[in-house]
Design a protein around this ligand. Structure first.
Ligand code: MN
Length: 392
């Protein structure tokens, strides 16, 4: 975190500059607990400044927060952002916005959108902890990612954004102090930083309460779809009325846990496990045909929950869980020295006509491919995992 400080200060400065110049800000975040806490930390810091500069209504004209469903800045998102910006510009004479991508934006998959934004001279900042691709930097005026200084995804975006938020507006420090801890449990960070942020707020929130907030965020964002959930999200994060917070968390977690339990009862029954050549256990689940669809938990989270349970069943073993659908696979792993972005690159090069893309973190990620090549891609994927070193 200390090593990232110069880059964080630069990003904080650019955000403040935009506010002082009445440049609208679009805050785009990954639609999960880490992404939401990242965005809320920044939001809390900048809203008072935006109001100071532009008056009481300013936040409606100069600020927008929106989740991105894909784990990157999709073309659908950028197209929407550009067309609204152009409308605001011709109707109200507004400047083109500053776009801030949080818990998103570090990878090659963001580039097509970044290129579109560049046509209109839209400045972009990225605060992310997904494994970064160098190619994005030419499109950004600031980029904070722990991998740039030898760190990894254990330092979550929520931690980074909270520290940047405090640089922008130190007055919010106390209000947002628990957000890094929520982000850490949301992203299952096992980094030493996670333990320290959790203990920082342990007099206010137990570990269980932090986990409940993270689960409630994931659950609520699923139903919010493309909405920001302003207000609702604040209540989940205990930034409003505490009595409502307690009632809401209790209800949302009760519903989410019931649905997860039902989903798991179906899925676990249909998991196929095998031992790989490297002694790792590979669990495979067809989330298209053996899981409930279009409801919570979605395929990614379902695969994660299945993985967590199977990891608990075999402590000390290297385990990989693959949840696949017709044209995608979600990968979760433990104890295997995986590099998913590299695997994706290799599959793309080796399998012509399979249309492989994707990425994510080194050990947790997702892959897309064309439906007709599913069997071949999954076989090749299993082969690559089987030849990866295990940690124990
Ligand atoms: Mn994250």
């Amino acid at each position: 975190m200390e090593k990232l400080k110069p880059r964080m200060l630069l990003v904080a400065k650019e955000i403040k500059k935009a506010i002082f110049h009445s440049r609208p800000i679009i805050l785009r975040h990954h639609a999960d607990a880490d992404g939401i806490t990242s965005a809320i930390a920044i939001e809390r810091a900048i809203l008072p400044l935006i109001t100071d500069i532009g008056g009481t209504d300013a936040e409606y004209y100069f600020y927008k927060r929106a989740p991105s469903k894909a784990p990157f800045y999709e073309l659908a998102d950028v197209t929407r952002d550009i067309s609204f910006a152009l409308e605001d510009s011709s109707r109200h004479g507004q400047k083109m916005p500053l776009v801030i991508l949080v818990d998103n934006g570090s990878t090659e998959e963001d580039v097509p959108s970044m290129r579109q934004a560049r046509v209109y001279g839209i400045d972009m900042l990225v605060i992310d902890h997904h494994h970064p691709d160098e190619i994005v930097d030419q499109y950004l005026i600031g980029h904070v990612n722990p991998a740039h200084v030898g760190g990894d995804f254990g330092v979550t975006s929520g931690m980074l954004c909270t520290e940047i938020a405090r640089m922008i507006n130190p007055k919010v420090s106390d209000t947002i102090k628990h957000l890094p801890a929520v982000s850490a449990v949301g992203d299952r960070s096992e980094a030493p930083e996670a333990a320290r942020y959790i203990s920082l707020v342990s007099d206010h929130y137990t570990l269980e309460e932090l986990k409940e907030m993270a689960l409630a965020l994931d659950y609520e964002q699923f139903w919010l779809k493309f909405s920001s959930g302003k207000g609702l999200i604040d209540d989940i994060l205990d930034l409003g009325d505490n009595a409502i917070h307690n009632k809401l968390i209790f209800l949302l977690c009760e519903q989410a846990n019931t649905m997860i339990k039902e989903q798991l009862e179906i899925c676990l029954f249909n998991v196929k496990s095998q031992k790989l050549a490297n002694d790792a256990i590979m669990n495979v689940i067809d989330v298209e045909n053996y899981a409930q669809k279009f409801t919570f938990p979605p395929p990614g989270k379902t695969s994660g929950e299945v993985h967590d349970i199977l990891v608990k069943k075999s402590p000390g073993r290297a385990i990989v869980t693959i949840g696949y659908g017709p044209d995608f696979a979600v990968i979760r792993s433990k104890g295997i020295l995986m590099n998913i972005p590299r695997i994706v690159r290799e599959l793309r090069e080796e399998m012509k006509g399979a249309g492989v893309s994707g990425g994510g973190h080194l050990v947790v990620g997702s892959i897309k491919f064309v439906e007709g090549m599913r069997t071949e891609v999954l076989a090749k994927l299993a082969e690559k995992i089987a030849s990866t070193k295990v940690e124990y």
